[in-house]
Design a protein around this ligand. Structure first.
Ligand code: DP6
Length: 362
């Protein structure tokens, strides 16, 4: 695999101080990534909708210093210094230092905030790490003005992946594929790419309402969950199935068959959780209200002839997906019925988005 392309050769400029601010979104997988090998190589290809409203905004102030062998950074989350988040970020810098050797020349001050409530159970690693990756790439662009935007996005996704696999899918939008797949041109295990084929108009402005069923700390982290796919009795079949499902999803996205979309998306969500139920040790991340909501969605779909469906990530929250033309009726259903199964009746309306956005740094 060609990782050498991401090691900078010439860094012509010397810059004493620079600050960059990036807003990067969360994403929700339609075909799931669950299982990986080192270094952050997925066992199967996945595809996700990039979200619009759930995002992280991160500013990094770089100030040049004597080069040392340690990466120096301070970390503030929502205005407060966060020692407990530092090990994950320090780990990320270790994994990317070969590709971003300039980080040893700077003291970095990272200021981050999320648009969604803290510890809402919404994965913040995808948006959080992709934002840091974009800030690093903005610095690299200043140090080497020859970089194209295409390369910047590709390398940002490559770096983000080293922090958290799903973060590789948070640089672009509205649909991103990560993982090498024979039918998706340009796809790679190293970085996410925008879905390269024309998508049917029914998926434009697709809606995702995130129902916050359980905001508590997950009992089993994604990292542990991925690891349990090693020696899992169904792992090989699952990886093969996911790749086949991506072929099916590619066709569905181009042709716009919503019935097929619904059954594939829901099957992917339940298969992900089935892998958790059949791991050794086994675990359950769904809560009773997750199942209540799924049943309500199925009843609503049948009785109203709706195209509503659900998906899940590694937690109890439910993502409700529906086409933009059903927004009024589905939002009413969410407010009147599904909200009752959410913690403190909390949910977030989101829709597909287009990826990372640069802010003017004040
Ligand atoms: C269930 O990207 O959080 O959301 O690479 O260990 O950081 P790490 O895992 P992570 O796993 C996400 C798993 C998932 C499915 C998906 O987003 O594809």
């Amino acid at each position: 695999m060609n990782t050498a392309q991401f090691i900078p050769k010439i860094l012509s400029e010397k810059i004493a101080k620079a600050s960059f601010t990036w807003q990067t979104p969360s994403n929700i997988a339609l075909v799931k990534y669950w299982g990986k090998s080192n270094p952050q190589i997925p066992k199967n290809a996945s595809i996700s909708f990039t979200l619009n409203n759930c995002h992280t905004i991160t500013r990094i102030d770089f100030s040049r210093k004597e080069r040392t062998t340690e990466v120096a950074f301070d970390l503030f989350f929502e205005g407060k210094e966060k020692e407990e988040f530092k090990p994950k970020i320090a780990d990320f810098f270790k994994r990317v230092q070969e590709y971003c050797p300039y980080i040893f020349d700077y003291k970095m001050t990272i200021n981050s905030e999320n648009s969604f409530p803290h510890s809402s159970g919404i994965a913040s690693s995808a948006s959080g790490l992709s934002a840091i990756a974009m800030c690093l790439m903005s610095l690299e662009q200043e140090l080497n003005s020859d970089l194209t935007q295409e390369f910047v996005n590709k390398k940002a996704s490559f770096l983000a992946r080293l922090g958290s696999g799903s973060a590789s899918r948070s640089i672009e939008g509205p649909l991103v594929v990560w993982g090498n797949h024979p039918e998706i041109e340009g796809s790679s295990d190293l970085f996410g790419i925008q879905f390269p084929y024309k998508v049917h108009s029914v998926f434009e402005n697709y809606q995702d309402a995130i129902l916050l069923v359980d905001k508590g700390e997950k009992q089993v982290s994604s990292t542990i969950g991925h690891n349990l796919m090693h020696n899992h009795p169904y792992a090989e079949n699952r990886f093969q199935q996911a790749n086949e499902n991506l072929s099916k999803m590619s066709k569905i996205l181009q042709e716009g068959n919503l019935k097929d979309f619904i059954s594939l998306v829901e099957s992917e969500a339940l298969t992900l959780h089935a892998m958790m139920l059949t791991s050794n040790p086994y675990f359950i991340l769904m809560k009773p209200n997750t199942l209540e909501i799924i049943n309500k969605i199925w009843e609503f779909r049948a009785s109203k002839n709706s195209n509503i469906c659900f998906t899940l990530d590694a937690g109890a929250n439910v993502h409700v997906l529906y086409p933009a033309n059903e927004k009024e009726t589905v939002n009413e259903f969410i407010e009147n019925e599904l909200a009752n199964y959410c913690q403190k009746k909390q949910y977030i309306y989101d829709s597909v988005g287009f990826g990372a956005k640069k802010h003017n740094t004040k």
